[in-house]
Design a protein around this ligand. Sequence first.
Ligand code: 5AD
Ligand code: SF4
Length: 485
Amino acid sequence: MKDVRTGTRSQWQRKRVFIRTYGCQMNVYDSDRMADVLRPLGYALSETPEQADLVVLNTCHIRERASEKVYSELGRLRDLKSERRRDGADLTIAVAGCVAQAEGEEIIQRQPAVDIVVGPQAYHRLPELLARVARQSDERRFDGRRRPGAGVLDTDFPVESKFDHLPAPSEADVRAGSAFLSIQEGCDKFCTFCVVPYTRGAEYSRPATAVLREARSLVAAGAAELTLLGQNVNAYHGEAAPSSIGGSTWGLARLIREIAGIDGLARIRYTTSHPRDMDDDLIAAHGDVPQLMPYLHLPVQSGSDRILEAMNRGHGRDHYRRLVDRLRGIRPDLALSSDFIVGFPGESDADFDDTMRLVDEIGFASAYTFKYSRRPGTPGAGLGDQLADGVKAARLAALQSQLGRQQRDFNASKVGAVVPVLFAEAGRKSGQILGKSPWLQSVYVEGSADMIGSIVNVRLLAAYALSLAGEVVTGEGPSRLEVAA
Ligand code: 5AD
Ligand code: SF4
């Protein structure tokens, strides 16, 4: 029913959607896009499943634990749905993301309370899928039966249609001055441990014109920082913008230089990159594009040549070391971060020692560490010499403690510096606010909520394992200008 005065549905009549996001930043971006698709259908965001008419789980399939979490959450949602039905109401349950893509129909068989399974390339068809569920639900009300295979499934590719059909991001997609922008999806690298080439499909780069349009509208909507996203983001080779000279495609560096020209944009980041795709122009951009933040997530996975080869990474430890030397030659304050997998099949003590030595040699500002997880369908799953969990756990602990020391040392090295911080949220204690330094460190200060979304100069006073404490530099007053630290 329409509100007579405004012509819109009044608040209490609106439908609500709760979206739970698992996994990487690509999924965070996709969840926002799903919210954008659902908004015109009258769906407002809900904070909890209990208040929602529709629950979407945007899932991650990268490690076994991530997938299993989805099924336990679905068990809880099934109970909630049964309660609703006892009260004569209903709850629609949708599974999106990489588990949806990888397991499809199996999800509905394992958890029949699921109404919709939608793969990452089909989010623009959510309205149609919801309409089909609504039709089924009307039929059920009519004859009281749930038909076999009542859930609806859409896991179709190709990826390019996804971006063509999704609504453009809006102000709602800028959070505290920061926004994600997906420029590339899928991957052709086929690392032997990884499901991404199967769940997200072949590498696809969005045309530069579409990316630039979206970048401009996000900055106009208040973004001071853009993070360019892709599963293999530095493999970007999008169709060139029409007016450009030389070449029919742009690489990531060219795109970054163009985006850096957008007025009001202070910070550019990109993730996740592959060591094989750091071309000369991208390395140079780290030296000559001031908006490009001095922080690079460059996963190496292992420090052993033998394991890197078995992982099909396409480079050895020396390539990584030389690359880091070149980057630091151009941008001496560049902070590096990486992903590591311990316990890949066949990893010996000597291989693991090579990883520990590489960590020593490079010095990381932060890192994500994982025990190898055997993923069905990947080449790694079929390899012999799968390691015992105890071995993986011991190696993980040793690696984490070394990386933790490096992170603390890195944080301590910044104490005394005045650095620009983009404030993102309220801190844990009242009167505190929390933001990010150029090196993606969490920094908290005494400050007021109206600074959230702004970049303000902060003197760093104390360093901890995962954060730094600082004070706002007074005198100059808060500034949206990014200054070199
Ligand atoms: N087991 C453990 N970690 C994995 N990753 C990807 N696949 C697996 C797996 N099968 C890690 C890699 C990757 C990150 C996103 O997740 O380190 O860079
Ligand atoms: Fe997976 Fe990254 Fe390897 Fe692609 S490059 S297969 S996304 S780990």
